[in-house]
Design a protein around this ligand. Structure first.
Ligand SMILES: NC(=O)c1ccc[n+]([C@@H]2O[C@H](COP(=O)([O-])OP(=O)(O)OC[C@H]3O[C@@H](n4cnc5c(N)ncnc54)[C@H](OP(=O)(O)O)[C@@H]3O)[C@@H](O)[C@H]2O)c1
Length: 254
């Protein structure tokens, strides 16, 4: 693994060093003062596809999975759209021994909370995400979502309601922040991420670029909601391994 930006001497980054990766991807200091930071972690192919054969797995690599794990281990909460939970068979985040001391020191629980955004509440409540999470899963839905389904979900997860018709994402994130979860991570999918960006909520994008051309009509990493204005991003770190590029872009101050 080579760290290209910012340049360092030596520029070699030991991929097996979780500590080094944790340093590269550290959240900004503001999260300690209660001010949230929302980071997205996504992968795409060279021609922009955000999935291959219906999943993101085919675009990933060993280093990508490593960084994925580090980003989770640094976060308080992982926000994810229900379609990604269904398609990818989401499981609860696990406690990582390598990060246990750092999480304790930062006042974090053993693993991040998974927070699922859904209107339909069509979730498999018999899945480990709801039956055996280390920390209780959160489901964020609308005030007018099906009442029976909401009651059933509430037996297995903490339910947050924010908005009618659609979850109002600024309110949803404010609810997460109010619980002290300021290190926020979203893993998409593309339709949720487009809305977060359009609502001006996205502070950072960690994009893994896989050295693959796929063609077809797969969505891009932001799909659907149109942003009023293009958001300029600043490249803060770039890592390369085996032709994969691991980028970290932060929002430029307005
Ligand atoms: N390349 C990558 O990095 C990456 C990352 C993640 C996922 N993926 C892939 O992307 C696909 C899934 O992504 P997607 O874009 O189709 O879906 P998604 O964003 O994961 O989920 C969409 C669903 O989330 C809920 N939702 C989103 N916004 C909402 C709002 N404002 N209010 C209420 N509910 C809301 C709805 O759930 P209900 O239908 O339950 O109402 C909606 O159908 C999968 O194939 C996955 O493999 C790729």
């Amino acid at each position: 693994m080579r760290k290209l930006i910012p340049p360092s001497h030596p520029d070699h980054l030991d991929v097996s060093s979780l500590e080094a990766l944790a340093e590269v991807y550290a959240y900004p200091e503001q999260v300690k003062r209660g001010s949230p930071w929302l980071r997205a972690n996504m992968v795409s192919g060279l021609d922009g596809a955000a999935k291959l054969g219906g999943l993101s797995e085919g675009l990933s690599s060993e280093a990508d999975k490593r960084i994925f794990g580090v980003l989770r281990a640094l976060s308080d909460v992982v926000l994810v759209g229900a379609e990604t939970v269904r398609a990818e068979g989401y499981r609860p985040a696990r406690a990582r021994a390598d990060f246990a001391a750092a999480r304790r020191a930062a006042g974090q629980g053993p693993a991040p909370v998974i927070a699922v955004v859904t209107r339909s509440l069509e979730l498999d409540l018999s899945a480990p995400l709801f039956t055996e999470p280390l920390v209780r899963t959160v489901v964020i839905t609308t005030e007018d979502s099906p009442a029976d389904a909401r009651r059933a979900v509430a037996e297995h997860a903490e339910v947050i309601t924010a908005g009618r018709g659609s979850v109002e994402l600024p309110r949803a994130l404010a609810e997460l922040t109010a619980r002290g979860w300021t290190r926020q991570l979203t893993e998409g999918g593309p339709r949720l991420l487009a809305q977060l960006a359009a609502d001006g909520l996205l502070d950072e994008l960690c994009l893994s670029l896989a050295p693959l051309l796929t063609g077809g009509d797969a969505p891009r990493i932001l799909h659907g909601a149109q942003m009023a204005d293009a958001q300029r991003m600043r490249l803060v770190s770039l890592i390369e391994q085996k032709g994969f590029l691991f980028t970290r872009y932060c929002r430029t101050p307005e």
